[in-house]
Structures are given as C-alpha cells and as structure tokens.
Write a protein that binds this ligand. Structure first.
Ligand SMILES: *Cc1c(COP(=O)(O)O)cnc(C)c1O
Length: 213
C-alpha cells in the first residue's frame, strides 16, 4: 500500500475532531512530501538535528505543521523556536522556561502538552502524575507558552487502556482540551478513551529501520 492509501484508510477510520499526527522520524524528506501531497499537514519528529535537516528541505510546504514529540534537551530548544507549532513532551519546568524564552525571542507561542509517565517507568521521559498540577501552573505563568493538553505513552507490555484513562483524568482535572495518545498499535483504544491527537508512524510510512547511533 502507498503512503497515500494508508493515510486515506486511517482518515476514514478516525472520528472527526481527532488530529492525525504523522510521525516521520527516520523517514526521508521525500516520504513527508509524499504524505503532504496526499493532504497530510501535521507531522511529528523526535530528534532535533534530524528534524532541522528535514524542515529546511521542506520549507517550501506552506501548510506543514511540525509537532515535536521526542525527548527534548534544553540546549536544543533554540532550534525549535518559532518553527514548531506543538511540543508534546514538556516534562519539567526548566524545559518550559527555556521554550517560553526562546519562542518569545521569535515573537511566537508554543502550544504545549505536559508529558506524563503513567507507567512509572524509570527509563521513560514524562513527569509523575503527582507533578502535573505544579508543572501545568508553571506553564500557565509563562508568556510564550499555551498549555493545550496532556500526552503519554503506555508501557509497551501493559494493557494501554488504564493508562489512557489516567491521562484523560489528568487532562480533565487541568481543564484543557487536548489528549495526545495512541500510536500505530493502540490508537483505536486511545480514540475510544478520548484521544484528540493520535501520533502514528509505522502504520503510515511502514516499518522503521533501526536508528543508527
Ligand atoms: C515513534 C513514536 C510514535 C509513533 O510510533 P508508531 O508505532 O510508529 O506509530 C508516536 N509517539 C512517539 C512519542 C514516538 O516516539
């Protein structure tokens, strides 16, 4: 199946109001261009350097919206400022402050999600559920950030549904709109549990080669 055919099949299955973020990490710029030509506008990337190269190569696509969905080091924030529409992975105050400072320098606002580690996995990014209210309050105090929602990734070995429910409860408690959850393997469950953004890679672009380095 082509990228266009996979996108069409996904769109036919996604309820209205759910934004499809096509996760293009490790995919070449040509694959993103192909998806854009098939009508896709929202793309998610995980690695700042890889994203920059592709963003430069695709700067001629006027309606493309970038979503940063990877672990983000504070010293990489300057590259994203003013060029990325959404950051899904804000998990600490220091990162929020740097995002606001750098987006302000560009006269831009970043729409951000608080990333929550509902599985308590030591190896994974995301703040603990108990830290969400304080982090959300800090974000709301920053001038160049707009807190839009909550994001999470269930541990791969778990039933995802309880994690999606926990994310939804956190979202509701904050009084924000968006819920970024669901990937190629579990997006249907995520949508049942109220996802408003799904982040889907391999079901659009095919299996990824292992990342070098
Ligand atoms: C890679 C990735 C995805 C997409 O994963 P697929 O299983 O290929 O759909 C979604 N979200 C995040 C944060 C990712 O890193």
């Amino acid at each position: 199946m082509s990228v266009a055919a996979r996108l069409a099949a996904l769109r036919a299955d996604l309820p209205a109001g759910v934004t499809l973020v096509a996760v293009s990490k490790t995919q070449p710029a040509a694959a993103i261009r192909e998806a854009y030509e098939a009508g896709q506008r929202d793309f998610g990337e995980n690695y700042a350097q890889e994203w920059r190269e592709k963003a430069d190569a695709l700067a001629d696509l006027p309606e493309l919206r970038w979503h940063f969905i990877g672990a983000l080091q504070t010293n990489k924030v300057k590259y994203l400022a003013g060029r990325v529409a959404y950051v899904h992975t804000v998990d600490r105050e220091e990162l929020a402050r740097e995002l606001s400072r750098r987006f302000a320098q560009k006269g831009a606002v970043a729409r951000v999600f608080v990333e929550v580690n509902t599985g308590g996995e030591a190896s994974k990014a995301g703040c603990a559920p108990g830290e969400v209210p304080a982090l959300a309050a800090a974000i709301r105090d920053l001038p160049s950030l707009e807190l839009v929602g909550v994001m999470g990734i269930p541990p791969p070995e778990d039933d995802p549904r309880p994690h999606f429910r926990a994310l939804r409860a956190l979202r509701d408690a904050l009084g924000v709109r968006e819920l970024s959850m669901g990937m190629s393997g579990d997006w249907r469950v995520a949508v049942e549990e109220g996802a408003t953004f799904v982040r889907i890679g391999s079901a659009i672009f095919g299996a990824r080669a292992p990342r070098a380095g």
